[in-house]
Write a protein of this length. Structure first.
Lengths: 412, 219
């Protein structure tokens, strides 16, 4: 029986939240079937119906994200994992921006393997010409409750660049940890004990002969991963491939390499079909094995947030991909391409700085036709009641109020 | 666990359907959003502009811009006052024949510090020039302020092109080409010189270095 009171309260809160927060909110809900298999068959059911909500709230210098997934096993739903994370971003000074990231996550699927975890990281990023960037960062992840590894120290770095409709990202991540438990071929978990010599040992066979991954003191694993995201019209394609460096005691042979692909086809402005598949590497922090998977489902959202693939994405203002103005039956038609937003406005001295709302067409095209005589005008754009900014592709100048304004030249 | 999951799913389903943002209604007479003291002083500036035959619309527009961008009254008053001063300087440099667009563009260039009043004189409309230097000054300001072109390179190049009769389309094309070259890694001043040379009939326009060996160049 459905509990009505908490459901009604939850729905009410969810509907009220957008009106109370002056921030951009992007959410998605994905539901579909998931087929997965792992070498030892542990922790992952072969076939399951999965639902995964995801929400991201962004403000100019901060963001808050929450995600979860649940599986339908038999007649019951099981919450598989959940996470809440936040990011605080500094202003860009001399081309450099810093971020402080923190999060809490939990895996529910198997109490003997799952863990709660808190992670904190910092990152320094340098955007380059608004179409690329590099970053370096470091942090720690501290599992608690039941842990298979001790605290994990992280260092990462990478670069991203946008070329046309494609965004390429390469990341390098190094994890240093001490393994606190190991899983043998039968799936049993046993703790590591310190040996008399000071190194970590195990109370059982140690080595790779049986194909298990044993305890290791001071382990270090590094991942090199490249990804590409390409979008055109109503189709988005993503691909990821990676390689894991590390000692054979820490990295299973079937977890050295991985590759995944996802295709999203938008059938309407809010509904998409999502298909994906590939191989995911082992999750060292939770001792989850590598697995192959295939998924097919539906997604409800304006635009899926793709935080993992672009850890240091461009500022919100540069999310406007294109600005165009051209004559249209005696008027001037302004067209702006930007996704992930609810509202787009323009203002300038041709509107006496009265904001004018554009009309959405499709997923990311907004336009309006206005009577503008030949001449030189000032113009700015804003999305979702955020800060005003100069449209891309126009000459700009300082506005005297801490920002910039675009200069629009309408020819005779 | 099931109740929690159902609640979470309910929240997620409602969030996944998207949100609506209430639209702010427009308000008449934006100057009344300012404090009375600032508004009165801005109105006085507008009266002075009328008295001096300067266009009032750019001044009022600057005030509206500040209000929309949530600047306080003192900030808006400061910018309007500064623009008024720049408009007067632009009028003195460009002469009484300059239209409102030219005065505004000249004032913007003076405000941005990309041009001195004595250089602005070179953009006075003349027999060979286009009707208004607004385009030339707008693109010149952007190249100096945001593309890294040195003022001592850009101003002579643009003023020469203007005096030689370059039109709005040529200035726009020049700006776009220089911008592309800079993004490709060419140094800003080199990009400007290279692109100026490519303009038909104006090869010597922006060359402030040694004389060109181009046999087709004028001069």
């Amino acid at each position: 029986m459905v509990e009505r009171t908490p459901t009604v309260l939850a729905l009410s809160a969810a509907l009220l939240i957008p009106h109370g927060i002056r921030a951009q909110t992007v959410s998605k809900l994905e539901a579909g079937s998931l087929i997965a298999s792992s070498a030892d068959g542990s922790g992952v059911p072969n076939s399951v119906f999965r639902i995964a909500p995801d929400v991201l709230i962004t403000r100019p210098n901060a963001s808050l994200a929450a995600a979860a997934s649940a599986w339908l096993l038999g007649q019951q739903w099981q919450l598989v994992d959940g996470s809440v994370s936040g990011t605080v971003t500094s202003p860009t000074v001399y081309g450099v921006r810093t971020e402080l990231l923190g999060g809490v996550s939990r895996a529910f699927e198997d109490q003997s393997l799952g863990s709660n975890q808190v992670d904190v990281a910092t990152r320094v990023s340098v955007p380059i010409e608004q179409a690329s960037g590099v970053w370096v960062g470091g942090g720690v992840a501290r599992p608690w409750k039941i842990a298979t590894v001790s605290a994990v120290d992280l260092m990462d770095g990478g670069a991203w660049t946008r070329i046309g409709n494609a965004t390429f990202t390469t990341t390098f991540t190094n994890q240093r940890f001490t393994k606190a438990a190991r899983t043998d071929s039968s799936g049993d978990v046993s703790a590591c004990v310190a040996s008399a010599s000071g190194g970590a040992g195990i109370d059982g066979p140690y080595g790779s002969e049986s194909g298990t991954t044993g305890c290791s003191h001071g382990s270090s694993v590094s991942d090199l991963e490249s990804s590409v995201r390409w979008q055109f019209s109503r189709v988005e394609l993503t691909g990821t491939a990676g390689y894991r460096f590390g000692d054979a005691l820490d990295v299973e042979p079937d977890s050295r390499r991985w590759a995944t692909g996802t295709a999203t086809v938008w059938v309407s402005t809010r509904l998409a079909i999502v298909a994906g598949g590939g191989r995911q590497p082992a999750d060292i922090q939770r001792n989850l094995p590598a697995r192959s998977f295939g998924s097919l489902g539906m997604q409800v959202a304006y635009w899926p947030s793709w935080r993992d693939a672009i850890p240091v994405g461009p500022d919100r203002v540069t999310a406007v991909r294109a600005f165009d103005i051209r004559p249209d039956n005696g008027l001037e038609r302004i067209t702006i391409r930007v996704g992930s937003v609810e509202q787009v406005e323009v203002a300038g001295n041709f509107t006496d700085w009265e904001p004018v709302t554009l009309t959405r067409h499709g997923r990311d095209m907004w336009d309006i036709a206005l009577p503008i005589a030949p001449g030189v005008y000032t113009i700015d754009v804003r999305v979702d009641h955020g800060p005003w900014f100069a449209p891309p592709g126009l000459p700009t100048m300082r506005d005297g109020f801490g920002g910039q304004v675009g200069k629009l030249l309408i020819e005779k | 666990m099931n109740r929690t999951v159902r609640t979470a799913v309910a929240i997620a389903a409602s969030l996944g359907c998207g949100m609506l943002h209430a639209q702010q209604p427009g308000q008449p007479d934006p100057l009344f959003k300012l404090d009375a003291q600032s508004r009165v002083q801005i109105e006085a500036i507008l009266d002075s502009a009328r008295h001096d035959s300067l266009p009032g619309r750019p001044l009022r527009s600057k005030a509206y811009e500040g209000i929309v961008k949530q600047a306080n009254g003192q900030q808006v008053l400061r910018e309007v006052r500064k623009l008024f001063g720049d408009l007067k300087q632009a009028r003195a440099a460009l002469g009484p024949a300059a239209d409102s667009g030219a005065l505004e563009a000249g004032a913007d260039a003076l405000y941005a510090g990309v041009i001195k009043p004595e250089d602005l004189v070179k953009f006075k409309p003349g027999p060979k020039t286009a009707a208004s230097p607004a385009s030339a000054l707008t693109y010149l300001s952007d190249l100096i302020q945001y593309r890294g072109v040195a003022r001592e390179d850009a101003t002579p190049a643009f003023s020469k092109l203007w005096q030689d009769g370059a039109d709005d389309a040529e200035f726009k094309g020049l700006w776009q080409s220089v911008d592309q070259d800079i993004l490709s890694g060419v140094s800003p001043s080199t990009a400007l010189q290279d692109q100026v040379r490519k303009i038909p009939g104006r090869g010597r326009g922006g060359d402030t270095s040694s004389p060109s060996t181009d046999p087709h160049a004028h001069g």
